[in-house]
Design a protein around this ligand. Structure first.
Ligand SMILES: [Zn+2]
Length: 56
């Protein structure tokens, strides 16, 4: 869900303004990340592409 309060992004460590990121339950509290950082994190494992590059 969208963050209702400003916080610090646990991915890049920068400030997340209200509504700029996502809020999620973590351990006994909450953590915040930028919507942009969440998208980047999902795109990181391009394993299938890497395999395609290796095959010759
Ligand atoms: Zn971030």
């Amino acid at each position: 869900m969208r963050n209702k309060y400003p916080g610090v992004c646990y991915r890049c460590g920068k400030r997340v303004e209200k509504g700029e990121g996502h809020f999620e339950r973590h351990a006994s509290g909450w953590r915040t990340q930028h919507a942009e950082c969440a998208i980047k994190a999902r795109q990181i494992p391009p394993q299938r592409d890497a395999d395609n590059y290796i095959t010759q």
